[in-house]
Design a binder for this molecule. Sequence first.
Ligand code: NAP
Length: 366
Amino acid sequence: MESKIRVGILGATGMVGQRFVQLLENHPQFEVTALAASDQSIGKQFEEACSWRLVTPLPEAVRSLQVQAPQPPLDCDVIFSSLPSSIAGDIETSFAVAGYPVISNSSSHRMDSHVPLLIPEVNPEQLGMIGRQRQRFDCSGGFIVANPNCVVIVMAMALAPLHRQFTVKSIVATTLQSISGAGYPGVASMDITDNVLPFIAQEEEKIENETRKILGQCNSESVEYAQFGVSAQCHRVNVQDGHLVALRVGFEQKPSISEVKHSLASFCGEPQRLGLFSAPKHPLIVREESDRPQPRLDRDAGKGMSITVGRIQKDKVLDFRLVALGHNTIRGAAGAALLNAELLLARGYFDKQNVLDSPEAKRRPA
Ligand code: NAP
């Protein structure tokens, strides 16, 4: 049996870090061998450092792993980063320079021109940008791939097939985002109980920028951002897990309701074709009931990896309206990063020589 790829998790004690630990238990291709977090956790065993907040038990294999500082070298082959964006940038770069593939959940590198902003079903062609990182990381074989923001993943998944078929012209997005999206301990209970907070720092800008990069046209050198306009308003609501986004969308072509539904329901991509371990059978699930999707009922669809879309109707101002929902720490973070890693593995990107020999890398001047 082939040995598993050894994974190091940065920010392992946090909401996303815990989800990584949970999803990696019994993964056929990856195993956790290194955990890192802040000064308050370094040197402690993981079970002591981490306030485990998931319903499944803390996996036996990581209980006694000692938490380390988030700096290379770590005893692993690949890095999953779930560090706060305020500190993630330089740390992630230092791992890439040291030769580690880094898959990041933070916003630090998402908009970098040489970093793929990857959703495997939507834009696997952005992996071609990894070749552009060769010079920057001094031929170490390391690179950075970013996950989009957690609510942007939900939105971009729902829009991707529609943009491909009918060309999106304009988007108005209103989000209702869960408490776990703010990390642990996150928002104070006195602020969120019996309340809605109509502000999430920098979230509206992320939606407006990242969506255009994800759905842009990619050639191996760069991404030409999608031309549509995006207007977003974000709200934190008193829901444990699951981000919901109400979308109004204008199109260049004018599809019928049944064409929109068919486009969404039949959507699948490379993870489904390759049969990747974390790939949901249906990346998008269309619900016909007038009161779906709902966070409690739909966030775990496809083991948290499917996006549920409902309330698909013609709109009186833009062409269509719909509501999309996804699990923010699974499809919006750790599960998304894992699917990215499975695609990278399937494409040979964890074999250092392949990265250096790739056509994209060779096209760059030495
Ligand atoms: P969190 O619960 O607050 O966890 C933060 C983690 O980072 C903890 O492990 C913490 O370790 C560690 N950390 C904090 N300051 C550090 C420092 N100075 N040096 C080293 N480690 C430090 O946050 P989260 O929700 O997991 O989010 C993590 C990242 O993922 C953020 O960039 C966030 O924007 C992004 N993200 C989150 C979600 C979500 O739904 N929550 C979704 C997508 C992306 P200690 O326990 O030792 O303090």
